[in-house]
Design a protein around this ligand. Structure first.
Ligand code: 6PG
Length: 476
């Protein structure tokens, strides 16, 4: 009997996706370049379902029912192109290659068109949820043609996490839109984590709390509006004690690594002209953290005065929660704006309500809060800035005073809170009908005759700064 789906690449994500499909009752063909992994999978988990292992690509492809859906789970970049080239000679018209890795969306665009020309189909599918999600039910963001998606829909919607009876998987759009949406998901993931670390830093450095006490605070927050996977695991990581009997987190090197998706999100925002400040600050904060030797040297040159540490009051703890929540709303508002602008720019019909629906479960940023975003975008008010949706506007207004206080405290104590502070600056910048860029335009006109508009009359103008100082109209 032919398999329903193939999985190529059996490192932990691929192996877990294959097991997920098999556990849901699908026949799964499996292949890995180094056959050892295939053997391991079958030996350890072969009893979980109907697996068809193969030792060659030809046998692997031949073991799948046509038109063949083949999920490839290999490292993003060249390995994806290599695998596609290896598969092509064995495929038949209409077969579907599904890239489930964290590929750059422009690569997915290219591969989509390349395979379409060859009468093959390509789906770039963002998969979020880490190892556990891949096995138990991830959030999946497939992009490609609707017809190709219709072929895999019965399989992937069963593999995905389910929330309130709805699968965390839906058709995203054409070309690389699925990977674009996954990229923004990861950018938001970066911002969420940065905000969490800033709150942690304040508790630790300003208030002198130890990891277990901070764990209690996060566990408590997880019961309320901040309820989310990342807040939950923050409590778990902070609570963990290692062999020495001390909190593990105190022994972990404070250098953040990154594999690229957050950086791509920031780069895309620059390309699209979107003020994606919270996510971008999160990327920069990782870059700064990575300069550990330099930080030590600079600290020696600019030593800190001691912060007078005292336990935070309940109100002070709440204030940090409010600052985190308001900043988080800004990060999501920016991420969702990026989706809207990309949709316009690239001609994708991204449905924000559906995207927030499939982010409610399975993925790393899953959170109670996503229900509110879903309501906001499903309410028929169309797109627009999330900050203007009633629920979020009310939340930000409620949090505003604390948000300012916390950023002020951090600044006064010399503790960097780039994501808290830049989110607040975005909010303050956005809620001003008249900002200071009038002066900037004047400067541009002064040194470069770049012209400016006037509030009191239409058209573009230039002042002859270095001649007679008169103003001329340069266009209507
Ligand atoms: C997910 C995660 C996953 C991966 C990140 C890590 O949604 O399941 O985002 O894709 O853990 O890519 O990214 P960094 O290594 O850049 O932190």
């Amino acid at each position: 009997e032919l398999a329903d789906i193939g999985v190529l690449g059996l490192a932990v994500m691929g192996a877990n996706l294959a097991r997920n499909a098999a556990r849901k009752g699908f026949g799964v063909a499996v292949y890995n370049r180094h056959g050892g992994r295939t053997d391991d999978l079958i030996n350890e988990f072969g009893s979980e379902g109907r697996f068809t292992p193969s030792k060659t690509i030809a046998d692997f492809v031949a073991s799948i029912a046509r038109p063949r859906p083949i999920i490839i789970m290999v490292k993003a970049g060249k390995p994806v192109d290599d695998v596609i080239e290896e598969l092509i000679p064995h495929l038949d018209e209409g077969d579907i290659i599904i890239d489930g890795g964290n590929s750059l969306f422009t690569d997915t665009n290219r591969r989509f068109h390349y395979l379409t020309e060859k009468k093959l189909r390509f789906i770039g599918m963002g998969v979020s949820g880490g190892e556990e999600g891949a096995l138990e039910g991830p959030s999946m963001m497939p992009g490609g043609t609707r017809e190709a998606y219709a072929r895999i829909e019965p399989i992937v919607t069963k593999m995905a996490a389910q929330v309130d009876g709805e699968p965390c998987c839906t058709y995203i759009g054409t070309e690389g839109s699925g990977h674009f949406v996954k990229m923004v998901h990861n950018g938001i993931e970066y911002a969420d984590m940065q905000l969490i670390t800033e709150a942690y830093d304040l508790f630790k450095t300003v208030y002198g709390l130890e990891a277990p006490a901070i764990a209690d605070i996060f566990a408590d927050w997880n019961e309320g509006e901040l309820n989310s996977y990342l807040i939950e695991i923050t409590a778990a990581v902070l609570r963990k004690v290692d062999d020495t009997g001390k909190p593990l987190v105190d022994s972990i090197v404070d250098e953040a690594e990154q594999k690229g998706t957050g950086r791509w999100t920031a780069q895309s925002a620059l390309d699209l002209g979107i003020p994606l400040t919270s996510i971008t600050e999160a990327v920069f904060a990782r870059a700064l953290s990575a300069r550990r030797t330099e930080r030590a040297a600079v600290e020696a040159r600019f030593p800190h005065g001691d912060v007078a540490k005292r336990a935070p009051s309940a109100a002070e703890i709440d204030a940090i929660k409010d600052a985190l929540y308001a900043s988080k709303i800004v990060a999501y508002a920016q991420g969702f704006e990026q989706l809207q602008v990309a949709a316009q720019q690239y001609g994708w019909e991204l449905k924000l309500g559906e995207i927030s629906t499939i982010w409610r479960g399975g993925c790393i940023i899953r959170a109670r809060f996503l229900n509110r975003i879903r309501e906001a975008y499903a309410s028929g008010t169309g797109g627009g800035n999330l900050l203007l949706q009633d629920y979020f506007a009310d939340a930000v207004i409620k949090a505003e005073a604390s948000w300012r206080k916390v950023v002020g405290l951090a600044v006064a104590e010399g503790i960097p809170v780039p994501a808290f502070a830049s989110s607040l600056a975005y909010y303050d910048g956005l809620r001003r009908a008249r900002g200071p860029a009038n002066l900037l335009q004047g400067l541009r006109d002064y040194f470069g005759a770049h012209t400016y508009g006037r509030l009191d009359k239409p058209g573009k103008f230039h002042t002859r700064w270095s001649q007679d100082g008169s103003e001329v109209k340069t266009s209507d």
